[in-house]
Design a protein around this ligand. Structure first.
Ligand SMILES: [Zn+2]
Length: 448
């Protein structure tokens, strides 16, 4: 660790050299997978696994999907805790976590001691990049022990040598008093939690959040932290000097990307353990890491022991913001613009709920409370022939009848920019529940 970088060698080596080094690590990983897992042995049939891969040879290997992982678990097929994707004996698995996806049965994954060490190191890089230092006093706000943002995040904060204050699971009043008592200066939470916490702080303690010592707010786990309107709202509420977005994926590693002090997006911070590719989600073709490019991230955690995956399709759509950065890190800088699973179709137009949110937040942030969501009739609804229902919360004390033509103006803004129609429903403050862990941008109306 230096003042600037967690892993100076890989953080500052030219990106093509990082990728070349990683490809020298892939052959032994793939060999082990084929020996240990019947699932991957099938996948790798006919693939030349000795020596170093070049990018084209590697691109011949089939992708793994979330459905593959789900299908590989449960049932009678295996004595392994984690089914036929598990590549170590049960006795070597020291922890099991579950992915926190909002749809489908959870997918479980395991960590060996080696996995825990690898995760702690790479996730520490993510947090170091996002602004945590050994002198930091860090509140971790997740209260859910099974999620990948629990123990692995705690381990990474301690790995840096920072002071961990794990406040998750407390009432808001207790959380606020702990944060105040211990002069916590860094908060890790979701964007919606950071906003909600700041609002509740004054109501609970009579002091605005900006009176507390928190100056760095690190957020991930849901879209929003990359959006300027949300960032400035958090910065103002906390009087924060730094708002950093982070992103990971439990199935691969719960910390993969971290935003540097330039504030232009997230660098890839897991190069020591994970190989990342960008692909066109329709054709499956590789996409080059160039500024302005976008595509789905595909990950291979090439040091993973317990429950590895291979060319895992994340369904996360990344936009490459830059391939060089004044901070000196050489990994690409990205924002996550949405998830393939979230994509909606209005007539023939594809649209991400996050794109709708971004337009509403950009034009109307000062006139609304913040929470908004798209309403679906069924969990698998993708197509909308009528305008897409969009629920938007108004600020405290404003009722929908006071709001005039606000809803109509939002609809027009979305139509002009995205060529998609939404039907805005304005709601009173508090109508949209705030989740502790992550807030979905879509929800399904309960049938009564
Ligand atoms: Zn940077």
């Amino acid at each position: 660790m230096s003042d600037e970088y967690w892993d100076e060698d890989l953080d500052t080596k030219p990106w093509v050299e990082v990728l070349a080094w990683q490809r020298t690590q892939l052959a032994s990983f793939v060999t082990r997978l084929a020996e240990r897992s019947p699932f991957f042995a099938d996948r790798l049939e006919g693939v030349q696994v000795s020596g170093d891969f070049d990018a084209n040879e590697w691109a011949e290997i089939p992708y793994t999907t979330k459905d593959d992982l789900r299908a590989g678990q449960g049932g009678e097929a295996s004595d392994n805790l984690l089914g036929f994707l598990q590549c170590v004996d049960n006795s070597e698995v020291v922890q099991v976590l579950a992915s926190s996806g909002t749809t489908g049965r959870p997918v479980y994954f395991g960590l060996t001691d080696g996995d825990r060490a690898a995760w702690a190191d790479s996730i520490a890089n993510m947090f170091y990049t996002a602004g945590i230092r050994p002198s930091s006093v860090v509140a971790l706000t997740t209260g859910m022990p099974l999620v990948a943002g629990g123990t692995p995040y705690a381990d990474a904060v301690r790995r840096i040598g920072a002071t961990l204050v794990w406040v998750g699971g407390q009432t808001m009043a207790r959380t606020v008093s702990i944060v105040a008592d211990l002069k916590v200066d860094t908060l890790i939470g979701t964007a919606s939690f950071a906003t909600f916490f700041a609002e509740r702080c004054e109501a609970v303690t009579g002091r605005p959040a900006s009176d507390l010592a928190i100056r760095t707010v690190i957020g991930g786990g849901e879209p929003g932290m990359g959006q300027e309107a949300i960032r400035s709202r958090i910065r103002d509420a906390w009087n924060a000097e730094r708002v950093s977005e982070v992103m990971g994926l439990g199935d691969v590693m719960s910390g993969l990307w971290g935003e540097c002090s330039e504030g232009n997006g997230m660098h890839f911070t897991a190069s020591r353990n994970v190989y990342v590719e960008l692909i066109d989600p329709e054709s499956g073709e590789l996409v080059d890491w160039t500024a302005g490019a976008s595509g789905e991230a595909v990950y291979t955690p090439f040091t993973r022991e317990a429950s590895p995956t291979l060319r895992f399709r994340s369904r996360d759509h990344l936009q490459v913001m830059a391939v060089s950065c004044r901070c000196g890190r050489t990994a690409p800088v990205v924002r996550c613009v949405g998830r393939t699973d979230d994509m909606l179709i209005f007539k023939a137009m594809n649209v991400f709920p996050s794109a709708i949110r971004d337009i509403v937040m950009e034009g109307f942030a000062s006139q609304i409370a913040g929470p908004l969501r798209v309403r679906k009739d069924r969990i698998d609804q993708v197509r909308f022939d009528d305008p897409i229902p969009l629920e938007v919360e108004l600020p405290d004390g404003i009722s929908p009848t006071d709001a005039g033509d606000l809803g109509w103006r939002m609809e027009e803004a979305v139509r002009e920019r995205l060529r998609v129609r939404v039907a805005v429903e304005l709601l009173e403050r508090g109508a949209i529940p705030v989740g502790e862990y992550k807030n979905a941008l879509t929800y399904v109306r309960e049938r009564s």
